[in-house]
Design a protein. Structure first.
Ligand code: 5GP
Ligand code: ZN
Length: 134
């Protein structure tokens, strides 16, 4: 897609530090390196997020992310990793080409905070289940 930075990386129009490549997807180092080894896995075809991507492609991208995460955690000496995708600006997506982050985790002071606030005392789970399954 014109003007999509990740399409340009996939098509080798701009350089990326490529970690892995096959016919369907490409993995390359994220410029920001939230932690050492921070890697993005993208489909070569353009989808704006996981929400509109072909399910077969999503399966391939996540399967690849699992394999690469195992490799990166081992090779970089991490203790674990976060594997996540942001869908929509409200969720923090800044590049609108589906991508999965692999973020190795070294310790609790490694620079990444994902705060999950416990709202269990404020919400009605039955109301929410009705909403989710309607
Ligand atoms: P998002 O916030 O959309 O989930 O993540 C987009 C990611 O893409 C960010 O972590 C950002 O650092 C990375 N990024 C943006 N532009 C480039 C680029 O040109 N090259 C690389 N390697 N990463 C990029
Ligand atoms: Zn694109």
């Amino acid at each position: 897609m014109d003007n999509c930075i990740f399409c340009k990386i996939a098509q080798k129009q701009i350089p990326g530090k490529v970690v892995y490549e096959d016919d369907v997807c490409l993995a390359f180092l994220d410029l920001s390196q939230v932690t050492d080894g921070h890697t993005l896995v993208i489909p070569k075809a353009h989808y704006s997020s996981i929400l509109d991507a072909d399910p077969e492609v999503v399966a391939h991208v996540y399967k690849t992310a699992q394999k690469l995460a195992q490799q990166i955690v081992k090779n970089c000496g991490a203790q674990g990793c976060n594997i996540l995708t942001n869908a929509g600006e409200v969720a923090g997506q800044t590049v609108h080409h589906f991508h999965v982050h692999i973020i190795p985790r070294y310790d609790e002071h490694d620079g990444l905070t994902l705060a999950f606030k416990d709202r269990s005392q404020e919400v009605d789970l039955d109301d929410i289940l009705n909403c989710v399954t309607k």
